[in-house]
Write a protein that binds this ligand. Structure first.
Ligand SMILES: [Mg+2]
Length: 273
């Protein structure tokens, strides 16, 4: 087997497939090519606010045909992580619809009082009351799970505070360290790899953020392609990789070049089998 053969892909969404509501050029062609070549893939997002159905709808609206089963969110990763360890657990949620829906779907009980676990994601209706409740529960012994550590996330008008910034408040007040689910954690990556039924070594992580996407690939042993379509650019990517403390297997300018790269990799890995 050749080094870094290619059988599947994990693909970041924001900054990789789209910016805000706008498709990044070539994303539709890339996904169509993966389907034509029958390469398994999942969209993997740290964003816990929406359901896979809503992400698929967003992609469809932009001209990228996608199904909910092709989307893997940090909310689903968190729900599976809890359900596996503590089936039917009582969970106090700081988060939005996507997180609540994923937890309920995994058979967990959403409660206000006496939870086993506090799960926190991005919550654009976050209040002091929610902070106080979450901290009280954690201090009383509840587990603490953070969907994703992103301090800032891209929004329509620049960067906005992400789940990690709310998490920093919960951490400071409770004195507890959360279990982090989303990239760069291995937890979401392993959840996605299990869903794809592929090994890390033959599944490439594609993303625009060295600190999350490329570091996550590194954490589980996936090869990775950093695309210069979002956060990372030709000017800053070396610096971003250095501060993330990891290297990408490949750095690729845009999604047209990525499509070509995948075709070449696939040809050489199919040949060498
Ligand atoms: Mg991204």
């Amino acid at each position: 087997m050749s080094v870094n053969s290619l059988r599947g892909l994990l693909i970041d969404l924001d900054g990789t497939m789209y910016h805000g509501g706008i498709m990044i050029p070539g994303a539709d062609e890339l996904i169509a090519e993966l389907r034509r070549l029958e390469i398994g893939f999942l969209f993997v997002t740290n964003n816990s606010s929406a359901t896979p159905e809503a992400f698929a709808e967003r992609l469809n609206t932009m001209g990228i045909p996608a199904a909910p089963r092709e989307v893997c969110t940090s909310a689903q990763g968190a729900a599976a992580y809890i359900a596996e360890r503590l089936p039917g657990a009582r969970v106090y949620v700081v988060g939005e619809h996507g997180l609540r829906a994923a937890l309920a779907e995994a058979g967990l009980q959403l409660v206000e009082d006496e939870p086993d676990i506090v799960v926190q994601g991005i919550d654009r209706q976050f209040t002091y009351e929610k902070l106080a409740k979450a901290v009280g529960h954690i201090r009383a012994g509840a587990g603490f799970i953070l969907t994703n550590p992103d301090l800032l996330v891209p929004a329509e008008h620049g960067l906005m505070p992400g789940a990690g910034s709310i998490g920093a408040m919960l951490k400071a007040a409770s004195g507890a360290e959360p279990t982090v689910i989303g990239k760069p954690s291995a937890i979401l990556m392993n959840f996605a790899l299990n869903r794809l039924r592929l090994n890390a070594s033959e599944t490439w992580m594609i993303g625009d953020n060295p600190a999350t996407d490329i570091a996550a690939a590194h954490a589980v042993g996936c090869p990775s392609a950093l695309v210069l379509t979002g956060l990372a650019t030709g000017d800053n990517y070396k610096e971003l990789l250095a501060s993330a403390g990891c290297e990408a297997t490949a750095v690729i300018d845009n999604l047209f070049a990525l499509k070509q790269f995948i075709g070449e990799r696939l040809a050489s890995s199919r040949q060498s089998r």
